[in-house]
Each structure stands twice: as C-alpha cells, then as structure tokens.
Design a protein around this ligand. Structure first.
Ligand code: CA
Ligand code: CA
Ligand code: CA
Length: 234
C-alpha cells in the first residue's frame, strides 16, 4: 500500500495538469469597434469583462504613434510599442522579426488618451511561404486569472500583408488549438479576433501561428500583426 501511494499520486497530478489548458475561438469583431478599442461608449459584445474596453488587463500594440508621410521600419519587434502587458503573460517573438508603421495604416485609440487616435503599426513575420503558416509569437502564462483569459489579436490594420488566418495552439499538445480565418477583414481597418484560454497552469505556453493570405494582391511572403489585448473571463 505504501508503495502504491508514493508512486501513483504525483504521476496522476502531472497528467491532469498537462491536459488542463484549453483554447477556443471566441468570436470576431470586424466592423463594430474599428478604431475605438479603448472607448467605453462603443459597446463591445465580445469584451470578456464587460467594461467595453479591450485590454482591461493589458495590451501590446506594435510600433504605435508614428506620424509622417513615409513608412518607418524598425529592426526589432518591440521598438516603440505601446505596451502595458498584464503581469500574468510573457510574450516573445518566434517568427516575428521587425516592426513597421505607415501613414496608410489604421488610426486607433491611443490607450493613454482614448479620446484621441494614434497611428497603429505591425510586427512582421518575413519569409512565409505563400499560403503557408509560420509561428509568430509565444505567450507564456503565470498566475493567470482563475477563470481564464480572453486574448484579442488585432489584425487588418495594415493596408496589405494581413494574415489570412491566425491560430493559437498549446505547446506540446497538438490537439489543443483554435483558429480564425481573417481574410474577410477590410484593409487598414482594425479587426479583433478572440481566443478564450482556460485551465491556465503556471508555465502554460501557447504559440500564435499566422497564415499568409493568398487572396490579397500582395505575394511578398510577409505577414503583419497589429497587437494583443487581454481581458479576464468572468
Ligand atoms: Ca475589458
Ligand atoms: Ca478613437
Ligand atoms: Ca498575400
């Protein structure tokens, strides 16, 4: 009996924890919010915590606030990002390499002054096979809200090279994954795609994959992504 107790209990806990995390596609906001992600008077049906502000727990928007008539390319992913991430998530680039802003991109709420807009930017994954999928970012969670997190991914704020699909997958478990097709979004119009993450044990690690859009008129093999928002699930 003693032998059974010591051998079996730790192994059982390890198995339960490894399979507890889940991800589900939780809807898309492609035409309601647009620039007004921080404006509470714009009702947001998909805002998990109900205050009509995306990213109440935190956010990360790439290369924001640029003004000028030419595009600016930065050699790093996080240059000039508008970043106020929640303490429970760490984001690291996997396939993302650089960041870009251009006057043709969407204007969105400045989170430090939601009454005014600033120019949005993108992180770039280069060298994506046409129609192919690459990993772009890794999200690792620690001390996450008990009922889980709704992750928003902002795309389509660039004039082209927006992803045709985005997918979030639990690392090390091929069956825990969810995706959105995004090609129907208007160009230079911020769209928000949501994923619900639950069962977030410390160290739960997810990879965000993007697919090159073969339906736009740009065949560059580059994919662009605007940013992330985080809201606690009720
Ligand atoms: Ca919110
Ligand atoms: Ca606005
Ligand atoms: Ca394309």
């Amino acid at each position: 009996m003693k032998k059974l107790r010591f051998l079996c209990i730790p192994a059982a806990f390890a198995v339960v924890q490894a399979h507890a995390a889940q991800v589900a596609a939780a809807g898309a906001d492609t035409s309601t919010t647009r620039d007004a992600w921080r404006t509470p008077s714009v009702v947001k049906r998909l805002d998990a915590d109900g205050d009509n502000v995306y990213g109440t727990d935190g956010y990360l928007m790439f290369l924001t606030g640029y003004s000028g008539d030419k595009h600016v390319l930065k050699p790093t992913v996080f240059a000039n990002a508008s970043e106020a991430l929640p303490r429970y998530v760490t984001i690291t680039p996997t396939g993302a390499r650089t960041s870009l802003a251009a006057a043709s991109f969407a204007l969105i709420d400045d989170p430090t002054d939601p009454a005014s807009d600033f120019l949005s930017g993108v992180a770039i994954a280069p060298g994506v096979p046409l129609g192919g999928e690459v990993s772009m970012f890794r999200l690792v969670f620690k001390n996450a809200p008990a009922k889980g997190v709704r992750v928003g991914v902002m795309v389509n704020n660039a004039v082209d090279r927006n992803p045709g699909a985005i997918r979030l997958a639990l690392d090390g478990n091929a069956t825990v994954t969810a995706s959105h097709h995004t090609a129907q979004g208007a160009r230079s119009q911020a769209c928000y795609y949501f994923f619900d993450l639950t069962g977030l044990y410390d160290g739960a690690s997810f990879t965000l994959f993007v697919t090159e859009d073969t339906t736009d008129n740009n065949k560059s093999g580059e994919v662009r992504l605007g940013g992330f928002t985080f809201d606690a699930l009720p």
